[in-house]
Design a protein around this ligand. Sequence first.
Ligand SMILES: NC(=O)c1ccc[n+]([C@@H]2O[C@H](COP(=O)([O-])OP(=O)(O)OC[C@H]3O[C@@H](n4cnc5c(N)ncnc54)[C@H](OP(=O)(O)O)[C@@H]3O)[C@@H](O)[C@H]2O)c1
Length: 309
Amino acid sequence: MKTVVVTGANSGLGLYASKHLLQKGFMVILACRNLQKAHQAKKWLLKKTKKQAVIEDQIQIAQLDLASFNSIRKFCKALPTNNLYGIICNAGLTYSTPTRFTQDGVEETFGVNHLGHFLMVNLLLSQAQNLQRIAVVASDAHNPEIQQRFPAPHFDKIEDLAYPNDAQVTDWEKEGSQRYVNSKFCNVLFTYQLEQELKKTHREHVLVNAFNPGFIPGTGLGRNTSPITHFMWFHVLPLFSRFFKAIRTADESGLALAQLISDVKVSGKYFDGIQEKPSSQASYDPVRSQRLWWRSEELAHLKINEQIE
Ligand SMILES: NC(=O)c1ccc[n+]([C@@H]2O[C@H](COP(=O)([O-])OP(=O)(O)OC[C@H]3O[C@@H](n4cnc5c(N)ncnc54)[C@H](OP(=O)(O)O)[C@@H]3O)[C@@H](O)[C@H]2O)c1
C-alpha cells in the first residue's frame, strides 16, 4: 500500500489531510511529537473513515520532534521506507513570546518550520527508493504582493534566522509574525531548490510542490498568540468560514493537500489549494534558495552520505 508521512498530523490541517489520504486508500504515518495526541488522532481518524472501511493497520504512529536533530535522525532510521510514496511537511508553529530554541539551540520557528523538515526530507530521500511526492506546507503570508496582514520576509543572513539577536526586539508579537513569515518564505525557497537538487541527482520523478492552505482560523497555530488574537482565532473567526470564501476549513484545505499527493503531475510549483499560482517574486531568486540550501546543510550537520543520492 502506498504510504504517506504527514508531520504534525495530530491536529488542524495535518489531521484532515490524513483523513482524506486514508479515504483515497493510502496508508498514513502520523509523525507527531506527542504520542498521546497521535493516538487520539488515530482514534478520531478511524471513526471518521469508518465508511471507507479503513483498518487500524492503515494508520501508523511514529514519534518525531522536529525541534531535535536527534529525534529526526531516529525517526528516519526507524521508518520502513519500501512503500514510502509521499511526504507532507506540514508541522508548523508561531509564537509571540521571547525566543524559544530547539534542542540544538536554533530559534524554534525557523528550526521546526524549515530546518527540521529540511533534514528529514534529505534523510528520507537518501533511503526511500520509491518516493514520488513531496508537499511542503507554506503560506501566502510569505508574499507581500498579495498579503498585507503580515510583514514582508526580511533577513540578511540565514544565520540571523537560526540565531536571532534578541537585544534588538521591542515588540514580541511583531517579531513572532516576522519570524513566521520568514520561515514560510524558507518553505517556498526550499521547495524550489529541492526540485533543482532532484534534477541534479536524476530523480525528476519525485515531484515536490509548495502548498498554501489559505486562512484557517481555529487550528492549533493560534495557541501561542496574544490574548486578543487567541480569542479571535479560536472563538470568532471560525464562525465566519461559512460566509467568507477567504476563510477556509481544515477539512477543505486538507482535501486539497491530499490531492497534491494523489493527483499532481508537476514539480517545483506553488499551489493555493488545488490552484497552481505564482509565489512572491523574491521566492524565485535562485541565489537565495541555493544559499538557504547550503546553510541549512551546515546548520543541520547533514553529512555527505546522508544526502540525496
Ligand atoms: N491555520 C492557518 O491559517 C494556516 C495558514 C497558512 C499556513 N498554515 C500552515 O499549516 C501548517 C499546519 O498548521 P495548522 O494551522 O494545522 O496548525 P496546528 O493545528 O497547530 O498544527 C501544527 C502541527 O505541528 C505540530 N508541531 C509543532 N511543533 C512540532 C515539533 N517540534 N515537532 C513535530 N510536530 C510539531 C503540532 O503538534 P503539537 O500538537 O504537539 O503541538 C501540530 O500537530 C503549518 O505549517 C502552518 O504554517 C496554516
